[in-house]
Design a protein around this ligand. Structure first.
Ligand code: GAL
Length: 632
């Protein structure tokens, strides 16, 4: 595999006379790819049925003739204003019942069949026109599904589609009533037409209702994507890609990924640290201009799995962004570091967002590789250096890791529907697990919870709400050491408590008999060091306790190669649990210095220093924001 770099470009933002010069500068910087088109609907079809492709022909030609490969986006994230005259009911509706209007982007409801067909039609037209164009080497469908909280929409089309979804799933209102436990609070319905969406209730809606709506909404995203995939496939052999977001679990990315060829994601390390990551003020200060040392890698590894091995970073932060509460500039070296980190985790391509900072509209404060006046911005030098470095590196592919984390989007919805403790977030539970593994030097794969996990020595399965019978059979068969819990199998697929009680794992004689959520300043300490935070479960049964709490309750029980953790471990407890598991499975661990992380690819070890000062790894000095690598 050859590693390549690219950039996001908006030819419609600049005079046509500038395109050739921009293309030349991109090539000189060592870029291979240029992504265009994903917001250009109002220029591609200015009036309904009147298409204007000439300018796009010229833009693709200007870029392609300079040797650049084009990623062409379908523009469905930004329906033009006239589309609303055609489909006044296509706008998404928030949980408060407010219509979310025109004037920014993503103003469509995934359930609107008319808009879905229009966007597939536009994809087909682009496919007809550019599917055979030698410069168009990949396609991006839409842009960041779910962005701006758009997966869930409480519109009339969503209501009608949800009723149909429930008819298909439950067949009769009685079956739905039974499945959801609607006898509680007299919530029974007599016909599917009486069914509402789970918003606007006096107090909390039935979690089974919420969970059904979450499953439905996730399927609507996949269906919307699939309509465009099916429209494009007949016209092109180029890979189809979507750019997913960071910390976004509102739809099942694995399901969308199965219809595509490559997964990509949009990486904004400093924006995420400021806006999307739970961390102490000290942590946020220490990594203010670098981003969290584990968050980028977490998503790289997750999306490698969503892409079934093939993945890109489609948007990489190049400087200050505009959308986080605070937007500091990256520390010198970080743009290069983020790029290398993605490659070390197996990325094929890293594409920077964006080429030139726009002096107008919403993102005028968002840096690019060029300043608004077209002079080079600081990141361009680092990008050009990265381009030279990857050109000199041998072609490699990512090896399979020895450790896997099972990941499950429906579990995120289950624990949002019924967190039971305000800070019980599935994403954070998995991130904590990942962080603990990485601090011990592991390279990690993610595996879909319903998927195969052969060939791993150690498998972590935190917080999986419902394991399928097949997954349980795999757990029973595997030789790997499996660490499950907390909240494993704690719900049926209809969001009820199963009886017999959880975790119901094969061969493990333990029952969760009571659960406690734990507020931020409290904890349940464990004998020998570490504690549970956020969540603790009382366990009963004959499975031997390997660890106990200071007040004598089981903290980790184990039978054979299966362990169950009775809560949300803090960093110290995670380290103890993982070091012990590594010892038993013959895996080696090392305690990495703060802010230093490693990653092994097929041939090299990479070391990343996320600190604002130099760090030492095995006697080697790594500068602040620096990367080192050597053959394994
Ligand atoms: C992404 C989005 C881009 C741009 C960027 C700014 O979420 O896909 O279009 O808005 O953020 O950081």
């Amino acid at each position: 595999m050859k590693r390549t770099l690219g950039v996001c470009y908006y030819p419609e933002h600049w005079p046509a006379e500038r395109w050739a010069e921009d293309a030349r500068l991109m090539r000189e910087a060592g870029l291979t790819w240029v992504r265009i088109g994903e917001f250009a609907w109002s220029r591609l079809e200015p009036e309904p049925g009147q298409f204007a492709f000439d300018w796009m022909d010229n833009a693709i030609d200007s870029l392609g003739s300079e040797g650049l490969h084009v990623v062409l986006g379908t523009p469905s994230a930004t329906p033009p204003r006239w589309m609303l005259d055609r489909f006044p009911d296509m706008l998404p509706v928030g949980p408060d019942g407010q219509v979310r209007g025109f004037g920014s982007r993503r103003h469509y409801c995934f359930s609107h069949a008319g808009y879905r067909a229009e966007s597939a039609e536009m994809a087909a037209r682009l496919g007809q026109r550019y599917g055979g164009n030698a410069y168009v080497r990949a396609w991006q469908i839409d842009n960041e599904f779910a962005c701006h909280d758009t997966t869930l929409s409480y519109s009339e089309p969503a209501l009608q589609a949800f009723r149909q979804w429930c008819r298909d799933r439950y067949q009769t209102p009685d079956a739905l009533n039974r499945a959801w436990g609607n006898v509680f609070w007299s919530m029974e319905i007599r016909s599917f037409d009486e069914l509402r969406l789970p918003n606007g209730t006096v107090t909390e809606p039935n979690p089974a209702h919420v969970m059904a709506f979450r499953r439905f909404s996730s399927e609507q995203v996949a269906r919307f994507n699939r309509a465009q995939v099916e429209a494009l496939r007949p016209h092109t052999d180029a890979p189809l890609i979507h750019n997913y977001m960071g910390r976004e679990v509102s739809f099942d990315h694995f399901e969308v990924g199965r219809d595509l060829d490559i997964a990509s994601w949009d990486s904004y390390p400093i924006g995420f640290l400021s806006d999307r990551i739970e961390a102490s003020d000290a942590h946020k200060l220490a990594f203010l201009r670098q981003g969290d040392p584990d968050v980028q890698a977490f998503h790289h590894d997750l999306y490698r799995s969503v892409g079934q091995g093939r993945w890109w970073v489609m948007e990489q932060q190049p400087g200050p962004v505009n959308w986080a509460p605070w937007n500091p500039a990256p520390l010198d070296g970080m743009v290069r570091l983020w790029g290398w980190e993605a490659f070390a985790h197996g990325a094929e391509t890293v594409t920077f967002f964006r080429w030139r900072q726009a002096p107008f509209a919403q993102e005028q404060m968002h840096a690019g590789l060029l300043r608004p006046d077209a002079a080079p911005a600081p990141a361009l030098t680092e990008v050009a250096a990265l381009a030279r470095e990857i050109a000199e590196q041998p072609e490699v592919s990512a090896p399979k890791a020895t450790v896997a984390i099972l990941f499950d989007y429906p579990s995120a919805w289950a624990w949002e529907a019924q967190p039971q403790g305000r800070d019980f977030h599935y994403f954070e539970l998995v991130l904590d697990t990942y962080r603990a593994l990485r601090k011990l030097g592991f390279s990690i794969d993610f595996v879909e919870a319903s998927g195969h996990f052969d060939d791993y020595a150690l498998i972590l399965a935190p917080g999986i709400a419902t394991f399928s019978a097949e997954a349980l059979a795999r757990i029973e068969m595997t030789d790997a050491h499996v660490i499950a819990g907390p909240r494993t199998n704690a719900k049926t697929s209809e969001m009820a408590i199963p009886v017999p009680l959880p975790p119901a794992l094969p061969g493990l004689d333990t029952l969760v008999t009571r659960v406690s959520s734990i507020p931020p300043d409290a904890s349940v300490p464990v004998v020998g060091g570490g504690a549970f935070c956020r969540w603790f479960e009382d366990l009963e049964g004959d499975a031997p306790s390997k660890l106990t709490t200071e007040d004598g309750r089981p903290a980790l029980v184990e039978t054979g190669n299966l362990s169950y953790v009775a809560g949300w471990p803090d960093a110290v407890l995670w380290r103890r649990i993982l070091e012990d598991a590594a010892d038993r499975t013959g895996l080696t661990t090392e305690q990495l210095p703060d802010g230093v992380r490693i990653r092994d690819d097929a041939t090299h070890r990479f070391v990343f220093n996320y600190n604002q000062q130099e760090a030492f790894y095995r006697g080697r000095e790594i500068p602040a924001g620096g990367v080192a690598s050597w053959p394994k």
